[in-house]
Design a protein around this ligand. Structure first.
Ligand code: 5HY
Length: 240
């Protein structure tokens, strides 16, 4: 089985963190290919970065499917362009936010999410609502660190994540926690050991969900909302 994992930002070292997590989660026989979106922002923090990341992400997905990818994982916790990607793809497209939330809702009655900067919190709260998880999601917290600080200063990042996870448990009643950034993947297991609750890495969750979808023969519905975009080049030719 071939699964394509795209990092919608342009930081190759972060793609490597994502690849390690994806390969670790993948079943024997699952081939993981990854890509970094050249020309996208170095990290995605906010609505404008998200919008600028989408065109290159869609192009990468089209290319990967043309090269045989059977499913796609969008490895950014804002799930940028997820619905647009489902229009251009035939295989299932999984966002790490949606996958992390679905796993959390399956293993815990109440959970929280811990992300990077405060400005990412409303974006993720809106996704939580869109995915029907507002009741189960106790809180979306921030460690108040930029995305790339996760790899520049991992000790500080780890300490702040541990603190915020403990606050989510003690103050919000979280029974599981989803890591709100792809760049946190490598810290997942140690955080779970130190905090004593299930800590969920969206990249691993998305890879396992993609395997299950392909294994079950499920593909994106290509009529209606996720039908391929209409080809307007003809229109342009006839209506200059
Ligand atoms: C991510 N940004 O997973 C998001 C996290 C965030 O570049 N990769 C990014 O803070 O929104």
């Amino acid at each position: 089985m071939k699964i394509f994992v795209v990092n919608p930002n342009s930081t190759a070292s972060m793609t490597e963190t994502i690849r390690l997590s994806a390969v670790r989660a993948a079943a024997p026989g699952t081939q993981i290919t990854v890509a970094t979106v050249a020309g996208a922002p170095a990290s995605i923090e906010g609505y404008a970065d998200e919008a600028r990341a989408v065109p290159g992400t869609l192009d990468a997905i089209r290319l990967a499917e043309a090269q045989g990818a059977q499913a796609t994982v969008i490895a950014c916790f804002d799930d940028p362009g997820l619905s647009a990607a489902r229009e251009v793809a035939t295989g299932p497209v999984i966002g790490i936010c949606q996958a992390g939330i679905q796993v959390a809702m399956t293993i815990a009655a109440r959970f929280s999410i811990v992300t990077t900067l405060p400005r990412s919190v409303p974006i993720i709260e809106d996704l939580v609502d869109a995915y029907g998880a507002s009741r189960q999601c106790r809180s979306v917290r921030s460690v108040n660190l930029p995305v790339l600080a996760l790899e520049e200063d991992p000790e500080t990042a780890f300490a702040r994540l541990r603190t915020e996870i403990r606050r989510a448990i003690n103050e919000d009643g979280a029974e599981a926690v989803v890591l709100g950034c792809a760049g946190m993947a490598e810290m997942c297991r140690a955080l779970q050991l130190e905090t004593g609750v299930p800590v969920i890495d969206g990249v691993s969750a998305a890879v396992k969900l993609a395997e299950a979808m392909v294994g079950g023969g499920f593909a994106t519905a290509k009529t209606g909302s996720f039908a391929f975009p209409r080809d307007k080049s003809l229109m342009a030719a006839t209506h200059p």
